[in-house]
Design a protein around this ligand. Structure first.
Ligand code: SN0
Length: 376
């Protein structure tokens, strides 16, 4: 793997999920791969999980890690060509990238949407410069439009907490939900991504990637079982047997107020439902996230918060909405603002998965770094 940006970069999701379980079984078995190799993690924005989990994943693989917080001690970087650099920016990204690349073997970059121009953000101007000028494999650690390490961890988490899936050291049947009968004769799970209020304008990267990965998983599972639970529990991995009923399929629904329509390239064939309560009915997984206006149906409002959040508080996920679900699990990528996105009781409740979901960030990062090391 040379670039990790979109779901297709990881290849067959069933293989990737099996590899994730293999990592969980013994995360230190590939230390030879990373020996004398260096990962450089570059942050233009804040991070807790991405920084720690990616660093840990690289260390599990025997790598050295260098972390650079561009805004804390590095020269301020100019990103545009043709600018007379007489302001506060001392260095150009076009020199900084090849220099940084000369000290490492793999590069991870975090650079959020700037909301200055929808076109610049959706063209991935910054990350594409790293791809073009570094000559190194580049993995996206939340770019302007995607957060694939999060979405992969989310998929791993959904697989583990789905009915009948019992990976090594993970969940057992008893924690799963009651089963629905799916259209294909197997069992289906309903996954609902819901917008929730927030005081600030947040990027669309997390919902974009979650939608992209869920659609890919749903499409795959419509044709053949996506999750084939490992038999006997202990082994994990590809050799697992299938479910007699044909495995699990995914019914994916997105709910948000009008104006927050996500980019069609990510929404794909997902069902969009503007009535949050209706969307929640019978759900097995609730995935909450705020995002600012994607500028799809309201181009002039790109990157804006569309309404005073005080008027949107009925979208905050609470016991009221959870009551109409199929005893759904609650998920959020974190950091989460309590009693804006979700109430204390729901996030602290027995169906909340936010901690195992965050723990799976180490696993998704390790699968990605392992694939990149194997391709060096
Ligand atoms: C980021 C986002 O994309 O929404 C990172 C999530 C992984 N979240 C924030 O910037 C939250 C900031 C805040 O003040 O709540």
């Amino acid at each position: 793997m040379k670039i990790f940006q979109h779901v297709q970069d990881i290849g067959d999701l069933r293989v990737a999920l099996a590899e994730a379980q293999e990592v969980k079984r013994d995360r230190f078995q590939w230390q030879h791969l990373g020996k004398n190799k260096t990962a450089l993690l570059i942050f233009f924005n804040n991070s807790l999980r991405t920084r720690l989990s990616t660093q840990k994943a690289a260390m599990n693989l025997g790598m050295n890690v260098i972390v650079l917080d561009v805004n804390q001690g590095a020269w301020k970087l100019e990103t545009e060509r043709g600018v007379v650099m007489d302001g506060d920016k001392s260095e150009h990204l076009l020199e900084a990238i090849p220099v940084m690349a000369s000290y490492c073997d793999l590069i991870g970059v975090r650079s959020f949407a700037r909301f200055e121009s929808r076109q610049d953000d959706y063209e991935e101007k910054i990350l594409n410069q790293f791809i073009r000028y570094s000559g190194r494999p580049v993995f996206f650690m939340e770019s302007a439009t995607v957060h694939p390490l999060q979405a992969f961890a989310d998929l791993i988490t959904i697989a583990e907490y789905s009915p009948l899936w019992s990976p090594a050291g993970g969940q057992t049947e008893s924690t799963g939900n009651a089963l629905h009968r799916g259209a294909t004769g197997g069992h289906s799970i309903k996954v609902v991504m819901t917008w929730a209020p927030h005081p600030k304008a947040l990027p669309q990267a997390v919902p974009n990637s979650f939608a992209e990965w869920m659609n890919a998983a749903a499409n795959l599972s419509a044709h053949s079982p996506l999750f084939t639970p490992p038999q006997g529990g202990a082994g994990g991995g590809l050799s697992g047997g299938g479910l007699s009923g044909g495995g699990l399929s995914i019914d994916f629904v997105i709910t948000h107020p009008e104006g927050y329509e996500l980019d069609p390239q990510f929404v794909g064939d997902a069902r969009v439902e503007y009535d949050q309560m209706k969307a929640f009915e019978g759900a097995d997984f609730i995935y909450a996230k705020n995002w600012s206006c994607p500028g799809v149906t309201r181009p002039d409002d790109y990157g804006k918060v569309l309404h005073d959040y005080h008027t949107m508080m009925d979208w905050c996920v609470s016991a009221r909405q959870m009551a109409v679900t199929n005893d759904a699990h609650f998920m959020h990528c974190l950091p989460v603002r309590r009693n804006m996105i979700v109430t204390d009781d729901v996030i602290e409740g027995p169906r909340s998965l936010v901690i195992p979901e965050a723990a799976n960030r180490e696993i998704s990062a390790q699968v990605v770094l392992k694939r990149m090391l194997e391709a060096l």
